[in-house]
Design a protein around this ligand. Structure first.
Ligand SMILES: Cc1cc2nc3c(=O)[nH]c(=O)nc-3n(C[C@H](O)[C@H](O)[C@H](O)COP(=O)(O)OP(=O)(O)OC[C@H]3O[C@@H](n4cnc5c(N)ncnc54)[C@H](O)[C@@H]3O)c2cc1C
Length: 423
C-alpha cells in the first residue's frame, strides 16, 4: 500500500511502534531550555539541548516522520494535517525537537513552501527536515517589533547581489541558527508597506554580528544582530522586490499558528512534559507541598486544567474551520490571543500553588526552579509571535469589521516621522 493511501489510524499505529523503538522518553526535568536553573550554565545547557534537537529531528527524518505535510520532492511525507495531528498525539511522553519548531518550520519553512523559488525549496527544505538547517526570524528591530512594516534595516541592490545594513533584535535562537529570514527596506520613496523585501542568508555570513541578550530568568536564548554590509545573492531573495509585505502576510500568519493548528509543527502539544504549568503539573506541585485538599489550590488546579482543555479544543475547532474556509485565516489571531493570555495565567497559578518555595528553591530542584524562573518571564507568552494587543487589533478590525486604527504614516516612508518626532 502506498503512503498516500495509508489511513490516519494505520499511520498512528505505525508511528506508535516506531516512537517506542526510536525516540527517548521525555525528561520531565529537562524543560524548555529557557527555564534552566543555573544562568551561569544556561549557554552550555542550551548548546547541549540544541544538539539533541538536531539529532531528534534527524531521527524523525530517517524514520519517515519529518515533514508529514511536506511534498515528497522536498523530503516530506506528503500526508495530511490529520496525519500530523495523529503523530503529535502519539508523541506525548517522548522527547522531541520542540525548540527548533519555531522558527525553522513555522514560519520559515512554511513561507518557503508557499513563496520560495523551486531552487530555494530544494536547497533548504530537505536540510531543515534533517535537522541540518535551523532557521531564525530576523524581523523585529530596536525601533519596534509590532510595526513590522516600519523596518529600518536597508538592502541596496548591487548587480546580482544586495548589501544589507541595520539591526534586528529579540531573535529566538539567533546564535544557534544556520540561516535567517530577514525583512529589509529596499525602497524609501514609496509608502512604508510597499518598499520592503524579504531575504535569506546564512547567519555565519560576513558582516552578521550576533550578540546574546540575557533575560531576567538567566536565559541567553535571545539575540540582537548587527548587519554591516552583509552581501546576499539575489537568488536568496524570497518573493518580489518591494513586495515583501505580501510575503509578510504569510510570514505573520504562520507565526500566529504557533498557538496551534499548523500542519508543519511536530510537538506533543499541551500535554508535553516540558510544560511546568499544565493542570497535572500544578496538581503535582500541590501534592508535593501537601496542600492538594486546600479549596483555593484545587480551584487553581482546575482553572489551569480548564485553560489547557479550552486551548486544545479551540485550536482544533478554529483550525478545522480555517481549513474548511468557514473562518478566515485571520482567525489564527484568536488562537494567539487565547493561548498567550492562558499561558501567562497558568504560569501565575503555578507560582501561587508552589508558594515561596518556588521563589527560594533548593539548588538542583528543577521542578521549582522552572516555576520560579517561568514566572519571571511569564509575559513573554503574550509578546512573542506578535503581541496579544496586536492580535486584538486583528480580531477587531479583520474579523469583527470594526474601524481601522488611525494611521499617520502615509506617503513616502522617508518622510514618515520616526522616534520622538512621531509623537
Ligand atoms: C518569546 C519571544 C520570541 C520572539 N522571537 C522573535 C524572533 O524570533 N524574531 C523576531 O524578529 N522577534 C522575536 N520576538 C520579538 C517580538 O516579535 C516583539 O517583541 C513583538 O513583536 C513586540 O515588539 P516590541 O517588543 O518591539 O514592542 P513594541 O512593538 O514596541 O510594542 C510595545 C507595546 O505597545 C503595544 N502596541 C504597539 N503597537 C500597537 C498597536 N498598533 N495597537 C495596540 N498596541 C500596540 C504592543 O502590544 C506592546 O505592548 C520575540 C519575542 C518574544 C517574547
Amino acid at each position: 500500500m502506498s503512503d498516500e493511501q495509508e489511513s490516519v489510524e494505520e499511520f498512528a499505529a505505525r508511528a506508535r511502534t516506531w516512537l517506542a523503538a526510536n525516540m527517548p522518553p521525555a525528561d520531565p526535568t529537562a524543560g524548555y531550555f529557557s527555564f534552566h536553573e543555573d544562568p551561569a550554565d544556561s549557554q552550555a545547557h542550551a548548546d547541549r539541548r540544541i544538539a539533541v534537537c538536531r539529532d531528534l529531528q534527524a531521527r524523525l527524518f530517517d524514520g519517515g516522520f519529518a515533514g508529514i505535510c511536506v511534498p515528497r520532492q522536498y523530503g516530506g511525507q506528503a500526508l495530511t494535517p490529520a496525519h500530523q495531528a495523529a503523530f503529535n498525539r502519539e508523541l506525548r511522553g517522548y522527547d522531541h525537537p520542540l525548540e527548533i519548531q519555531v522558527s525553522t518550520f513555522i514560519p520559515c519553512m512554511a513561507v518557503l513552501l508557499e513563496l520560495g523559488t523551486e531552487d530555494q525549496k530544494l536547497r533548504h527544505i530537505p536540510k531543515m527536515l534533517r535537522g541540518e538547517e535551523v532557521w531564525a526570524q530576523f524581523l523585529s528591530e530596536p525601533s519596534g517589533g509590532s510595526d513590522a512594516a516600519g523596518a529600518l534595516t536597508t538592502a541596496v541592490r548591487d548587480g546580482d547581489q544586495w548589501v544589507l545594513n541595520g539591526s534586528k533584535i529579540w531573535t529566538t535562537g539567533g546564535w544557534y541558527s544556520d540561516w535567517a529570514m530577514c525583512l529589509a527596506r529596499t525602497n524609501w520613496d514609496v509608502e512604508k508597506h510597499r518598499g520592503l523585501t524579504v531575504f535569506s542568508f546564512p547567519v555565519s555570513a560576513e558582516g552578521v554580528d550576533v550578540q546574546h541578550i540575557q533575560l531576567l530568568n538567566g536565559s541567553r536564548e535571545f539575540c540582537q544582530e548587527f548587519l554591516t554590509d552583509v552581501v546576499v545573492d539575489d537568488r536568496d531573495r524570497i518573493g518580489e522586490v518591494d513586495e515583501g509585505w505580501t510575503v509578510m502576510g504569510r510570514w505573520l500568519y504562520h507565526e500566529r499558528t504557533v498557538a496551534g493548528g499548523s500542519p508543519y509543527v511536530t510537538t506533543a502539544g499541551a500535554k508535553s512534559a516540558a510544560l511546568p504549568n499544565d493542570g497535572p503539573a500544578i496538581a503535582a506541585l500541590a501534592r508535593r507541598g501537601g496542600n492538594l485538599d486546600d479549596p483555593a489550590v484545587l480551584e487553581a488546579v482546575g482553572e489551569a486544567r480548564a485553560l489547557s482543555m479550552v486551548s486544545e479544543a479551540m485550536v482544533g475547532s478554529v483550525s478545522r474551520k480555517m481549513a474548511s474556509g468557514a473562518l478566515p485565516q485571520h482567525a489564527a489571531a484568536m488562537l494567539r490571543l487565547f493561548s498567550g493570555t492562558a499561558t501567562t495565567r497558568r504560569t501565575t497559578l503555578a507560582l501561587d500553588v508552589a508558594g515561596h518555595e518556588a521563589v527560594v528553591w533548593e539548588p538542583g530542584d528543577e521542578q521549582l526552579a522552572s516555576v520560579g524562573l517561568g514566572y519571571l518571564v511569564r509575559q513573554a507568552a503574550q509578546i512573542g509571535g506578535g503581541t496579544v494587543e496586536m492580535a486584538r487589533n486583528v480580531i477587531s478590525e479583520r474579523l469583527l469589521g470594526m474601524p481601522r486604527e488611525q494611521r499617520n504614516d502615509g506617503g513616502p516612508f522617508r518622510d514618515v516621522p520616526r522616534g520622538p518626532a512621531a509623537g
